[in-house]
Design a protein around this ligand. Structure first.
Ligand SMILES: *Cc1c(COP(=O)(O)O)cnc(C)c1O
Length: 393
């Protein structure tokens, strides 16, 4: 069996059509889009085409798309920009306990600057309660930021309802849709989103390029100061190849959503059902159906997720224990703690995120290897030993 890549929420490979589209801009077509001669105009045109493609994928107008250096930058810009824009009206922001660190750490930064932030809890499926949201709103609330789809457990939030609540109270609404765009249908006009972040490398484009959708009429100030690029809102010579790649990648992904969603749902369910039935003392983290088509997150009692990853790696299977950004740290996932897992169970979790290269045969191979690997780790686990002793007596 070739290597199996099961970590598409961490990043995706650049697909061949995308690489082909971006290559000229790493070669002969190197002109600076702000210059006026022919190769510069070629770069400029290519960026505007990518803007059209990105806008079309979201149901937006091209004038509402701003390219950034990452999904993280788009999140920072949206949240800090909205806070600054509305600071005359209030200082309260509402978010959730399970956001990506790009959102959480930006909110924590703003707290140090005098803003107040409510971190809404989630239920055991990882979904916020709309009543909690309504209750959290104050006269001073200026921004609600809730992710569309969670990167660890795939939880899908009721974005339509949340944005309706925000707009009826005239509060800005931002969503981190980095895991959602290109994977589930998104239209910014319906439900009515003010700000939305996305990233190319989560949808088969390159790393280091993202975009912020900014609804017409929501005029956030520039976050990066310098030249007049991106209509004076995001300075810095454009990452032409990256932007072109984002346009191509988002167009392809969105055109394939339906077929890919059905295909991945089947493989996802094969893995969930297979793992839960083959290995005792396991649980699925997050919702059975309010989750991304490509996300599996399972806790195995008595073992450490990190050791499980190492043994899977030795079999050529590349997975994750949760967020790529926190692996290597010993803190349990804030998302798993928020859905109510105790520390030891949060430590024993495995995240598999599927993508274009994955097949049912790969899932079967993984399921064939899994029980023995888990048993080997449990045989070395003092927690498991205690459990067996207790059950005997
Ligand atoms: C990956 C990710 C980000 C960060 O995007 P980058 O382009 O890697 O900076 C933000 N939010 C979520 C939900 C993500 O999965």
């Amino acid at each position: 069996m070739d290597k199996i890549y099961f970590d598409h929420a961490a990043t995706t490979p650049i697909r061949p059509e995308v690489l082909e589209a971006m290559m000229p801009f790493l070669g002969d077509s190197f002109g600076n889009p702000s210059s006026i001669y022919e190769i510069a105009r070629t770069s400029k045109k290519a960026i505007e085409k990518a803007r059209d493609q990105t806008a079309a994928a979201l149901g937006a107008d091209p004038s509402e798309i701003y390219f950034t250096g990452s999904g993280t930058e788009a999140d920072n810009w949206a949240i800090r920009g909205a806070a600054e824009l509305r600071s005359g009206k209030g200082n309260h922001i509402i978010t959730t306990a399970i956001e990506h660190h790009a959102v959480l750490h930006t909110c924590q930064y703003l707290e140090k600057k005098g803003f107040e932030v409510t971190y809404l809890p989630v239920d055991e499926e990882g979904i916020i309660c709309l009543e909690d949201l309504e209750k959290a709103i104050r006269p001073s609330t200026i921004l609600i930021t809730v992710m569309t789809a969670n990167n660890e457990i795939g939880a899908l939030q009721p974005i339509e309802e949340i944005s309706a609540i925000a707009s009826s109270r005239r509060i800005l609404f931002h969503t981190d849709a980095v895991q959602a765009v290109g994977h589930i249908p998104i239209n910014v006009k319906q439900p009515g989103i003010d700000l939305l972040s996305l990233s190319a490398h989560k949808l088969y484009g390159p790393k280091g390029v993202g975009a912020l959708y900014m609804r017409k009429g929501v005029a956030l100030k520039s976050f990066i100061h310098g030249g007049g690029q991106e209509r004076n809102r995001r300075a810095g010579t454009e990452n032409v190849a990256g932007v072109v790649a984002l346009g191509k990648a988002i167009e392809l992904c969105v055109s394939e959503i339906e077929g890919e969603a059905a295909r991945l749902t089947a493989i996802r369910n094969q893995i969930i059902d297979g793992a839960l039935s083959a290995v005792p003392h396991t649980r699925l983290n997050g919702s059975r159906d309010k989750r991304l088509h490509n996300n599996v997150n399972i806790s195995f009692d008595f073992i450490e997720g990190e050791s499980l990853l190492l043994l899977l790696d030795m079999k050529g299977i590349f997975a994750s224990s949760g967020s790529a950004c926190t692996s290597g740290s010993l803190d349990p996932s804030h998302v798993l703690l928020a859905i109510g897992l105790p520390h030891e169970k949060a430590h024993g979790s495995l995240r598999i995120t599927l993508g274009r290269s994955n097949t049912s045969e790969q899932a079967a191979y993984f399921l064939g290897e899994l029980p023995a690997i888990v048993q080997r780790l449990r045989d070395m686990s003092p927690l498991y030993e205690d459990f067996i002793k207790k059950n005997r007596s």
